[in-house]
Design a binder for this molecule. Structure first.
Ligand code: SF4
Length: 561
């Protein structure tokens, strides 16, 4: 008997290519959208959210939207950055948020401001289409403008363009109001069909050796291989994805497997074919088991490869081995490929806003506006200012100091190498705090490291408000995952290179006790580590220093509902 399709599948099929009732509801003088429209708005890059703090306090709650701008490779010009910045005041909540996939998010956008926002972005050649939803999301790429990065960025933009939905709905609803399709010229979605993908699909690109993008967490990761004559091609990784769903035993984080090697000329066809395999074979009855990783796992890698080969009509070349030297972000001052400078700056939790003594938003606006330097957002929620001339470097360094924008080395190591998802108060799925408690928790873990004499030790730490893992906690050396009200699961032993998942170290830990429970493991690490051994490597080698002994991998964890 055929399995029942999920409600989301029916919604997509009946949406007339993502139109639904969005346009009609936009014209109504009520603050929010209906459930069906909210489901389709995701494909337009918008999530309607309510302030859960206000609701809890019994205050009037007006729905607003998170709006995500997909930016392939995280690259924007100075002019585009300044437009994003001005929109933060005009229609947002006075800040920009860099996401873990190099997008920019606005928060608390009122319904009446959505058309203005999209139209202004469109004029600036920016788009929210397919930033969310069951489609290929923003294509990420290592943003450092070195080692022929321009070539990889071009691949990111080309793939992003090729894999966008074809529907005119976005332009019709938000931009020009013109209906493109008439009864005679029927609109089609050649790649996605009527029901798009079973679930979101993530693609990332990086050069071999530099895993700043967490390439194994993607549905498809493309790792560039170079030879004497430049770019030889890509090792294609498939089936990564770090989310898991509370209460769904079979769901789990997974790192991608190496599928094949492709030349630069072949890469578009191969990636599109893999997207089609997901479209046709992904789970359409249970969204929690619908990512490509479950297709790969269910078929086995060899059968998955055979499926791709059958559709391409040719054999794929075997994948080559990969080596990784770094998983760090690109902080500090560096020369780029053209002989100019770029500087990587930390942005805690990706929040570009002025708050307290921090004037990061004003400072970036001043620097970008004055020196017309370009901007890149990183997958670790930080920012690069690029194309800086020798003559500008001193003045920009001075401006950074004036606005109190610190260099990464000035931050405590744990905070420097941290990620947090937004969680409360706006994410509807959050069960615990994440971003709002990151400074406090990272300071407590740092204090424990300081106390055992490891004050300069780098340790990657990531925290999320639920098991969906938007800030990729499962590949961190310390991953802190919200489990139920004020209780967290602590993972440890992920690799600083992003090549290994952590294991559960402690379960059901109160927020106030996170640093305390880590204390014996950190002491063990200090006493028994090998020369230059990272915390994650130590935990993996010694099973947390033989403490505790009953640890398990995340895929073995049964998460409570
Ligand atoms: Fe929301 Fe969970 Fe994602 Fe955090 S990890 S943003 S709480 S869905």
């Amino acid at each position: 008997m055929a399995e029942t399709r999920s409600g989301a599948e029916v919604l997509k099929e009946n949406s007339q290519h993502l139109r639904g009732t969005i346009a009609q509801e936009l014209a109504l003088e009520v603050p929010g959208f209906t459930k069906g429209a909210i489901g389709l708005l995701k494909f337009h890059g918008m999530y309607e959210q309510t302030d859960r703090d206000a609701k809890k306090a019994g205050l009037p709650v007006v729905p607003g939207s998170m709006v995500r701008v997909g930016i392939p490779g995280g690259v924007v010009s100075a002019e585009q950055y300044l437009i994003l910045d001005s929109l933060a005041d005009e229609v947002g909540d006075g800040g920009l948020r860099i996401t873990s996939r190099q997008d920019i998010q606005f928060h608390r956008v009122r319904k009446t401001n959505l058309p203005t926002l999209v139209r202004t972005l469109n004029k600036a050649l920016l788009s929210t289409l397919a930033a969310c939803g069951d489609v290929v999301r923003n294509v990420t790429c290592c943003p450092a403008p070195t080692h022929n990065n321009a070539e990889l960025q071009l691949h990111a933009r080309t793939l992003a363009k090729r894999l966008k939905p074809s529907t005119r709905a976005y332009y019709e609803i938000w931009i020009d109001g013109e209906k493109a399709a008439t009864a005679e010229e029927k609109e089609t979605e050649p790649l996605y069909g009527e029901t798009y993908l079973p679930r979101k699909f993530k693609i990332g690109i990086t050069p071999e050796g530099d895993n700043c993008t967490d390439i194994y967490s993607n549905d498809v990761g493309l790792v560039a291989k170079y030879g004497a004559n430049g770019l030889q091609g890509f090792v294609v990784l498939v089936g990564g994805g770090l989310g898991m769903s509370p209460g769904v035993k079979a769901s789990h984080p997974r790192l991608a497997d190496a599928l094949c090697f492709v030349t630069p000329e072949e890469v578009g066809d191969v990636v599109e074919t893999i997207v089609k395999v997901h479209r046709d074979l992904g789970n359409r009855s249970n969204r929690r088991l619908a990512r490509l990783k479950y297709v790969v796992e269910g078929m086995g890698l060899d059968a998955f490869r055979a499926e791709v080969e059958a559709r391409l009509g040719r054999k794929l070349e075997p994948a080559q081995d990969l080596e990784w030297a770094s998983g760090k972000d690109h902080f500090g001052w560096h020369k780029d490929d053209k002989g100019n400078w770029f500087v990587g700056l930390p942005v805690v939790s990706g929040r570009i806003r002025d708050e307290g003594t921090s004037r990061i938003r004003s400072g970036l606006r001043h620097i970008v506006g004055t020196f017309r330097v370009n901007v890149r957002f990183t997958s670790q929620q930080n920012i690069l200012l690029t194309d800086i001339t020798d003559g500008q470097r001193g003045a920009i360094a001075e401006a950074l100091r004036t606005f109190g924008i610190v260099q990464a080395v000035e931050l405590p190591p744990v905070l420097r190498d941290s990620l947090a998802c937004p969680a409360l108060p706006l994410c509807g799925l959050a069960v615990t705090e994440a971003e709002r408690v990151l400074p406090q928790i990272s300071a407590q873990i740092q204090a424990e490291l300081d106390a055992v004499g490891l004050d300069q030790q780098e340790v990657s730490m990531r925290i999320t408000g639920c098991a969906n893992g938007c800030a990729r906690p499962y590949t961190a050396e310390i991953g802190i995952v919200g489990q139920s009200v004020d209780l967290y699961t602590i993972y440890a032993g992920g690799s600083h290179l992003g090549t290994r998942l952590g294991k559960v170290l402690f379960d059901k830990v109160k927020r106030t006790q996170i640093a305390e429970v880590l204390r014996p493991v950190l002491r063990n690490y200090r006493d028994n580590r090998l020369h230059n051994e990272r915390f994650g490597e130590f935990c993996e080698r010694t099973n947390f220093g033989d403490f505790p002994s009953d640890s398990v991998r995340p895929e073995q964890v049964e998460v409570e509902a």
